[in-house]
Write a protein that binds this ligand. Structure first.
Ligand SMILES: Cc1ncc(COP(=O)(O)O)c(C=O)c1O
Length: 427
C-alpha cells in the first residue's frame, strides 16, 4: 500500500493544525503511524489521497448508518444548499425535522436543535441544573459525552467523589461539580446518592456505552438509575448521540423500557452533517430561552442544509428499516470469529456496533475491566488490516460501525482477514 501522499499531507498538517488533526483520535496515535487522508467516499468504501480503496468500518464514527454519500441524502443537501446555506432565522423544514424526531420518541414533546453532540449534552446539563436548582452531575467512568468542561473528568482513587480534570484548562471548580462512578456498579451509585442526595441535578449515561469499548450494561443497573433519580428528584439523561437511531428508529432507552427525562442526540440525525438535539418533555424543555430562563443559542442551529440531510436520513431509516439486516451482519461477524477456533477471536456486538475484543475473558461492563492484552492484540493487527484495504477506527477502544451500504461479503472477508492475522499470533 502506498502512503506517500498521506504522509506528506500529514507532515504539512502538523505545521498548520494542532497535532495535524481537527479531532484527536484521528491522529492514529494509539495504533501508531500517521493518518490516511480521505479523498472521496461512496457506499461502504472510500479512496485515499494515494489512490488506495478501503472498506470503511469507522463510518465517520457513527453518523453514516446509510453509508457514505447516499444519493438521496446528497440530493437533499444540494437542493437545500441552492436555496440558502444559512438563514439564521425560522424556516419550515425545522418543523418537519422536529416532528420526525419526536415521532420516534413517543411521550416526548419538544426538541431543540444544535450543531453537535457536545452542545446537546452541554444544554441538557444546563436544563437539569436550571430545573432542579442543583449543581452536581453524576457521570460514569469511560462514558464520553463530548468535550464540555465538566464532562472531561476522571476518577481519583477508589470511589472518587471529588473529580479531577482529565484535560488541562478545566477549572477545578467545574470539575468538582462532576461525580464519578464506575459503570455496572450499583453500590457505588447508591453510596453517591446516599451522600449527595438533593445536590445531584442529573445522572448522565450512554445507555449503551460505546466510547470506551462497548460496555453493555445490565438492565437492572440502568433501572436502578431511573429509580434513584426519581427518588431523589434528579433528572436522568440518556446520551444517545451514538445509540439514537442506531439500533431502531428511536432510542436505545425504548428497547430497555426505561424513559429518561432528557435525551441527547447527534451523529445519525444529521446524516453526516453537523446536527445535535435535546429531546424532552415540555416541563423541562420549555425552561430553555426564550420560553424560559435557561439560556442556549446557536447561529447555525437548525441550519437548512443540515436539517435537509437529517430529514432525508430519518425518512429513509423509517421507510427502509435496515435494522434487522444490520443486526444480521453484526451476528455474522461474531459467528465467523467464534467458529475460527481461536479462543481470543471475539467481538462484542449490539446491532450494527461491533467492538473487537481479542481476549477469551468475560466481556467487560466497566472501563477498568478492559483487558489490556486484547487492546494490544488489536494494535498489532491494525496496520496489517489497513494494508489489505480494511479501515477500522484507529484505536482499540473504539467501536466499528456497520452501515446499510455494507455487504455480507465484506463482513465475511473482514472477519476472514482478522482470523488470518490472529492465527499468526501467539495465543
Ligand atoms: C455519546 C456521545 N456523546 C457526545 C458526543 C459528542 O458529540 P460531538 O462529537 O458531535 O460533539 C459523542 C461523540 O462521539 C458521543 O459519542
Amino acid at each position: 500500500m502506498k502512503t506517500t501522499k498521506s504522509k506528506r499531507l500529514f507532515q504539512k498538517a502538523v505545521k498548520l493544525i494542532p497535532g495535524g488533526v481537527n479531532s484527536p483520535v484521528r491522529a492514529f496515535k494509539q495504533v501508531g503511524g500517521t493518518p490516511i487522508y480521505f479523498k472521496s467516499a461512496g457506499g461502504s468504501k472510500f479512496q485515499d489521497a494515494d489512490g488506495n480503496t478501503f472498506v470503511d468500518f469507522c463510518m465517520s464514527w457513527g453518523p453514516l448508518i446509510l453509508g457514505h454519500s447516499r444519493k438521496e441524502v446528497v440530493k437533499a443537501v444540494q437542493d437545500a444548499a441552492a436555496k440558502g446555506l444559512s438563514y439564521g432565522a425560522c424556516h419550515e423544514s425545522e418543523l418537519e425535522f422536529a416532528e420526525l424526531i419526536l415521532s420516534a420518541f413517543p411521550g416526548f414533546e419538544r426538541v431543540r436543535l444544535v450543531s453537535s453532540g457536545t452542545e446537546a449534552v452541554m444544554t441538557a446539563l444546563r436544563i437539569a441544573r436550571g430545573s432542579t436548582g442543583r449543581d452536581l452531575i453524576l457521570k460514569f467512568e469511560g462514558g464520553y459525552h463530548g468535550h464540555y468542561d465538566g464532562m472531561l473528568v476522571k476518577a481519583g482513587s477508589g470511589l472518587a467523589t471529588q473529580s479531577i480534570a482529565e484535560s488541562k484548562g478545566v477549572p477545578e471548580a467545574i470539575a468538582s461539580t462532576t461525580l464519578l462512578a464506575p459503570l455496572d456498579d450499583a453500590q457505588a451509585v447508591s453510596i453517591l446518592f446516599d451522600e449527595f442526595r438533593a445536590k445531584i441535578a442529573a445522572v448522565i449515561i450512554e445507555p449503551l456505552p460505546a466510547n470506551n469499548g462497548l460496555l453493555v450494561q445490565h438492565l437492572q443497573f440502568l433501572k436502578l438509575l431511573r429509580e434513584l433519580t426519581i427518588k431523589y428528584g434528579s433528572l436522568l439523561i440518556f446520551d444517545e448521540v451514538i445509540s439514537g437511531f442506531r439500533l431502531k428508529f428511536g432510542g436505545y432507552g425504548q428497547s430497555l423500557g426505561i424513559t429518561p427525562d432528557l435525551i441527547t442526540l447527534g451523529k445519525i440525525i444529521g446524516g453526516g452533517m453537523p446536527v445535535g438535539a435535546i429531546v424532552g418533555k415540555a416541563r423541562e424543555m420549555d425552561l430553555l430561552a426564550p420560553a424560559g430562563s435557561v439560556y442556549q443559542a446557536g447561529t447555525l442551529s437548525g441550519n437548512p442544509v443540515s436539517v435537509a440531510a437529517g430529514i432525508k436520513t430519518l425518512k429513509i431509516l423509517k421507510a427502509e428499516s435496515p435494522y434487522q439486516k444490520l443486526d444480521r451482519m453484526g451476528k455474522l461477524f461474531t459467528d465467523i470469529l467464534a467458529r475460527s477456533g481461536i479462543h481470543f477471536a471475539r467481538a462484542v456486538q449490539a446491532g450494527s456496533i461491533l467492538w473487537l475484543y481479542l481476549d477469551a475473558t468475560e466481556f467487560p461492563r466497566r472501563a477498568d475491566r478492559i483487558s489490556l492484552v486484547a487492546m494490544e492484540r488489536f494494535k498489532k493487527i491494525y496496520w496489517k488490516l489497513l494494508e489489505q484495504g480494511w479501515y477500522l477506527p484507529p484505536s482499540s477502544y473504539e467501536v466499528l460501525f456497520l452501515s446499510a451500504a455494507h455487504q455480507e461479503s465484506e463482513i465475511e472477508r473482514l472477519a476472514g482477514a482478522i482470523i488470518k492475522e490472529l492465527k499468526k499470533m501467539k495465543p
